[in-house]
Every structure is written in C-alpha cells, then in structure tokens.
Ligand binder design. Structure first.
Ligand code: PEP
Ligand code: CO
Length: 477
C-alpha cells in the first residue's frame, strides 16, 4: 500500500469545493494536493523513507476527534456572530524538547492569564486555541542560510530538520514527521490533564502568576484582577450558587492548532468520519494556511479545502480583496459559520488603509468568518544589536487599528493571534514599566524562530485588548 492510496478507500469528500468539481475534471481527495505546486517544502532526500513514514503515520490514532473539532466550529460560529472572542496563542516554533510537562505548563499558564483578563475585562466568552501540540513547521523567507561563506539549507522547524548550523542537522529528515506526531501526542496528553484536572480551576487564578511576573507592574495589576475574581466567586457562593458543581469554573477547553505547512503529514492524519460523512484533519482542531502558502491553486489550499476543520488563512499586506474573495470561495463555498478564521497580519500603520476593503470584500461575498488580528508577523525587524525583534508598541498599535477598522465597517473584531512564551524571555522590545531594551535582547533570546512576548508583556497587552473590548461593549449598549 502506498501513501496516496492509504486513504482512497473511503468515500469521496462530501463537499467539492473545487470550481471544476462536478465537471468530472477534478474531485477532492486527501491526496489531490499532490497534483499541485506546494510552496515552502524541504527537499526530502529519501523519497522511499518519506513514503514509509507516511504509511506509518496513517496507521496512528488521531490526535483529536471529530466531535471536538465540531465543538470548536460551533464556538467559532458564536464568535463570528459577535458572541465571543478568540484567543489563539502560543509558540512561534515549538521545539520537540519543550513538549515536557514544564514546557506545556508554562505556556498554558500565560494563556490562562491572558484569557482570564480578556474574559473578565470584556464579559465575553473567550475561545482558547493554542499554537501548541504540533506547531513544528516553519515557512522561511529564504531556502538557505549562509554563515562565514558556508551555505546550508535553512532550519524549517523540528518537524523537518535541526537548527544547528551543520550539514547533518539541516538535512531534511522524514522520520521527524513521526517524531512530530509523538511529541504532539505527549504534549496533548499533558495539556488535557492540566486543563481538565484542576490546574485551570478559577480558584487557582493567583497561582498562574509566576514570581517574576508578580513583581512587575503588569503582574501587580493582574493580582488585583485575580483578587476581584476570587471575591466574585465568594460572592456567588454566598448567594447560594454551588460553585463547586460548576464544571466551567474548574476546567477549560484549550483547542490545538498549527500551520498546515507539510501536506504529507497533514494528509496522513486526515481521516474519514463515517458518522458525519466528512473528512477531518485529526492532527489538530484547527489548522491554518500561512501568508506564504496561500496560493489559490497551490497544494495547501487544495488539501484544506476538503476537510471539515475550522481553517485559518493568514492575510498579509500583499493580499488583494479579490484574492481574498477567491480564497474564501475556495475554502468556504457553503458560507458555513465557524469554518473560516481570517487572520490579518498587516503591520502597524497599514490596517487603516488595507483592512476595510478586505473586510468589505469578504462580507459582501456572504462569508461570516471570525476576523482575528495577528499583530506579530507584520511588525518584525532587525534591531541595532542584530536580533530579530518586535516592539510591544507596534503590536498594540496594530490591534488598535484592527478594532477601529471593524468599528468603521460595523463588524465584530473576533480575536487576536499571539506568539508568546510563558517565561521571562527577552525577545520583544518594550513594556510599560518593565521595559525590554535593545541591550537586553541578548539576555534570554531563546526562540527557535520569531520573537515572542514574554509573560509580563503578554499580560500588559491583554489589559489593553480587554480595554478595547470593553469600549466596544459600551458602544453597543
Ligand atoms: C507564523 O504564524 O508563525 C507565520 C509564519 O505567520 P505568517 O504566515 O503570517 O508569516
Ligand atoms: Co512566527
């Protein structure tokens, strides 16, 4: 059995998003992307090994189940209708070595902090989706990297090769696809235990604040909100509400997501669900297409067009309203609520001009996506000290422009998409009183790819976004 016929025994996908479907020229299948150009792929030196790995992967259990994927779709539909807010956050590039209990816990902790500040500040339910449990593949701006006259293939994330600057590490290794599955599975196991088993309990809201955060201005402010929440819980108990029996106060649902960069991997985990007569990519609840792989006739769009998961599309500054309309048509032909998450990443200063025509184009074509703001990827630059970085000021400015553009068009600003670390890293510049300066970047610059907000900066941004959300709700009253 070969990789491409592994999945062809199941019936054809229920929807035929390809424009030529029905004409007999093209029908979607999990392997139909293979006939299309796939951007951002490594050169796999051993195609036989790649096929063996795909076949092994295709026999592994799914990482997530269809009913969970559909729950997320349902929640996203509510967000799109203005009844909630999406927080998608986590690492830029997860490392296999960080899929440990400590690694997962530290990311979860800051996601919980940001989520609770958004929930408390806005009074809206916050749908939580981690860039976690599979965010291993990275699109890159150049295929090779040259240091001191030596040119090697670029690091494309742990799912492809290693970051060390040696020919051996940089060789694309298909067995890493299997390791990605194993590490995702391990991370998910810890995640499920932590989110269901008390760590996410609202009674622990103070404990999520780590020592180094507590001593910062943002951390102090967080403590005050945590006090208020604790009092609100006591108040509810005093009123006779049995808070102990309310599962929603003691556990959370954190969905998983990653960029579907490597179609071989995603295909192997795409499974047919008999009950729902739909194909699902069971590698994560939500997958997205990056700004560099969103070609209308490309492999990534083809693969994701046939699955039932919520699908994200990164919308960069070169996206035209027409391109976006065509992409939405291709990925959401049924105009299904909860299907699309459009993630704008335009860069501070660009949203005011670029975003409104994009919002209108999608709305006028009848789609009801969640619009989310990724204020990270359009604001990256190299600082004087030579580090790839981002300014918290620019990040906040882009979010402000995102809210303003939605207000202007009468649409709901549905969410934010962040790259953050649970630790005290020094990768992004700024912060209110606990400012990270260019001279500090070398202290703890640990990212495998893009610069992430540290826990203090994340909390500071969360207060700002909560303020935008509160203003929005006041306007609506
Ligand atoms: C990312 O989300 O890590 C990323 C590379 O984003 P984009 O495709 O928007 O550049
Ligand atoms: Co990134």
């Amino acid at each position: 059995m070969t990789a491409s016929d592994t999945h062809t025994t199941a019936p054809t996908a229920p929807h035929h998003p390809d424009p030529q479907a029905g004409t007999g020229e093209h029908t979607w299948s999990p392997g139909s992307w293979r006939g299309r150009p796939a951007a951002q792929q490594p050169h796999w030196p051993d195609p036989e090994e790649l096929r063996r790995v795909e076949n092994t992967l295709a026999l592994q259990p799914p990482l997530v189940l269809p009913h969970e994927i559909l729950d997320l779709r349902h929640s996203l539909a509510q967000v799109a209708a203005g009844q909630g807010f999406l927080l998608q956050a986590g690492d830029c590039a997860e490392r296999f070595s960080s899929c440990t209990e400590a690694g997962v816990r530290s990311k979860l902790r800051v996601i919980l902090q940001v989520a609770i500040l958004l929930t408390y500040g806005s009074g809206l339910p916050v749908v939580k989706v981690g860039r976690i449990g599979g965010q291993f593949g990275k699109p890159r701006s150049r295929p090779t990297e040259t240091i001191d006259g030596t040119e090697l293939p670029v690091y494309r994330g742990d799912i492809v090769n290693g970051p060390e600057f040696t020919a051996e590490a940089r060789r694309a290794d298909a067995t890493r696809l299997l390791r990605a599955y194993q590490h995702s599975s391990a991370a998910l196991n810890v995640l499920r235990a932590l989110t269901l088993g008390g760590y996410a309990d609202l009674g622990q809201v103070h404990d999520w604040n780590q020592e180094f955060v507590r001593s910062s201005a943002a951390g102090q402010r967080y403590e005050k909100t945590a006090d208020d929440i604790t009092w609100a819980l006591r108040f509810m108990s005093a009123c006779g509400v049995d808070t102990r029996s309310q599962a929603a106060l003691h556990q959370i649902q954190l969905y998983t997501s990653h960029e579907a960069l490597l179609p071989h991997y995603e295909q192997a985990l795409t499974r047919y669900d008999e009950k729902r007569r739909t194909w699902f990519d069971t590698s994560a609840h939500m997958v997205w297409i990056g700004d560099r792989t969103r070609q209308l006739d490309g492999a990534h769009v083809e693969l994701l067009s046939g699955i039932g998961n919520p699908v994200g599309i990164k919308v960069g500054p070169t996206t035209t309203p027409r391109q976006l309309r065509e992409l939405c048509e291709r990925l959401d032909p049924d105009r299904a609520a909860g299907r699309l998450v459009l993630i704008s990443r335009l860069g501070a200063g660009k949203g005011t001009d670029l975003l409104p025509p994009l919002l209108r184009a999608v709305r006028d074509a009848g789609h009801t996506p969640v619009w989310a703001c990724d204020p990270m990827h359009g604001n990256t630059f190299v600082s004087d000290s030579g580090y790839k970085t981002r300014r918290l000021r620019d990040i906040t400015a882009e979010v402000a422009e995102f809210f303003a553009a939605h207000r202007q068009e009468g649409l709901h600003p549905g969410g934010i998409h962040l790259e953050l670390a649970g630790d005290d890293v020094t990768e992004c510049l700024g912060g209110d009183l606990d400012e990270v300066l260019d001279t500090h970047l070398a202290t703890r610059y640990e990212t495998a790819c893009d610069p992430r907000l540290n826990a203090v900066q994340s909390i500071e941004l969360a207060f700002q976004v909560a303020k935008f959300l509160r203003e929005l709700r006041h306007d609506q009253q």
